[in-house]
Design a protein around this ligand. Structure first.
Ligand SMILES: NC(=O)c1ccc[n+]([C@@H]2O[C@H](COP(=O)([O-])OP(=O)(O)OC[C@H]3O[C@@H](n4cnc5c(N)ncnc54)[C@H](O)[C@@H]3O)[C@@H](O)[C@H]2O)c1
Length: 268
């Protein structure tokens, strides 16, 4: 299998290193807006080369993996499904626009391209997927983060909120997932994943809580419906080089790649 990884930051570089050790992966194409990053990473790996654009290698590639940004995800989804190439998306908020998403899914169906969305930094997606086969009444995501994970967010700056100065546990946002994934495009991708799996972007509710006492990125997923009720808690270790990104998100991308390559679907 030949894969292209777009984005050589925290997730992309961990995934590339893991893929480099997978016997089934024969070639890894790396792309980053910051070419120094992709070249440095390629230099550390056995099977990787850098390329400038997805188009350069799409004809030779079996799977394109986005680990960059919502804009990159939109671009890559459109290009990959247009050519019938499989695609894995980490910046799931890119799928919030209903027209864009429906168009992409429809084109993927016609071209035979598969779209993979890993569970990311969250537990409980397995239960949500099963529960969604009957009526769901509530899907709620409560995320509690350290101020470091909520730094440099335009929404807070516009509201005059300096997250580094908040000394006690505070609810900073509460609203529908559709709004949350647009306001916090780099912080709450799991809200998009949950929305796609469950009751959609408008009925899924998101609460973002800042807590200076916590060191982990915590997600509580609360689901209720015909199946009963589930409360799934995740206490994520943040990545040292990017506190917004939980280590589990990188692991979930690696695990998804393994499942795709080996065609093993345990616990689906
Ligand atoms: N699904 C999840 O649970 C989950 C969890 C964490 C992060 N994410 C998302 O995954 C993405 C990657 O996260 P990360 O922590 O690795 O980020 P990161 O900031 O460490 O790395 C992103 C890299 O992508 C590059 N990049 C950005 N736009 C690009 C483009 N258009 N083309 C090529 N390269 C581009 C940047 O230069 C950077 O090196 C982010 O959008 C993040 O929000 C998803």
């Amino acid at each position: 299998m030949r894969i292209t990884i777009v984005g050589c930051g925290v997730i992309g570089s961990r995934l590339a290193k893991a893929a480099d050790e997978m016997v089934e992966v024969k070639r890894i194409y790396l792309i980053d807006l910051n070419r120094n990053l992709s070249e440095k990473l390629a230099g550390e790996l056995k099977k990787a080369v850098t390329v400038d654009t997805v188009e350069d290698e799409l004809y030779h590639c079996d799977l394109v993996i986005e680990a960059a940004s919502q804009n990159a995800a939109k671009d890559i989804l459109a290009k990959s499904v247009g050519r019938g190439v499989d695609v894995m998306v980490m910046s799931v908020g890119a799928l919030v626009d209903d027209d864009f998403r429906n168009q992409i899914f429809e084109r993927a169906k016609n071209s035979g391209s598969r779209i993979f969305i890993p569970s990311g930094a969250l537990t409980g997606t397995d239960a949500l997927r099963s529960a969604s086969m009957d009526e769901l009444t509530t899907v709620e995501l409560r995320s509690t983060k350290n101020p470091r994970a909520l730094a440099n967010i335009e929404y807070f700056e516009k509201k005059g909120i300096d997250t580094s100065k908040i000394a006690e546990k505070t609810v900073l946002y509460s609203g529908p997932a559709r709004e949350a994934v647009q306001i916090f495009p780099r912080n709450i991708n799991v809200a998009a994943t949950v929305s796609l799996l469950g009751i959609g972007f408008d009925r899924t509710t998101v609460t973002i809580i800042l807590d200076p006492e916590v060191e982990s990125n915590n997600h509580d997923l609360i689901i209720s419906g015909a199946f009963g009720r589930a409360e799934c808690q995740t206490f994520n270790v943040p990545s040292p080089d990017n506190p917004r990104t939980s280590y589990l998100a990188s692991l979930s991308a690696i695990s998804a790649l393994k499942r795709i390559i080996r065609n093993e679907w345990i616990g689906i």
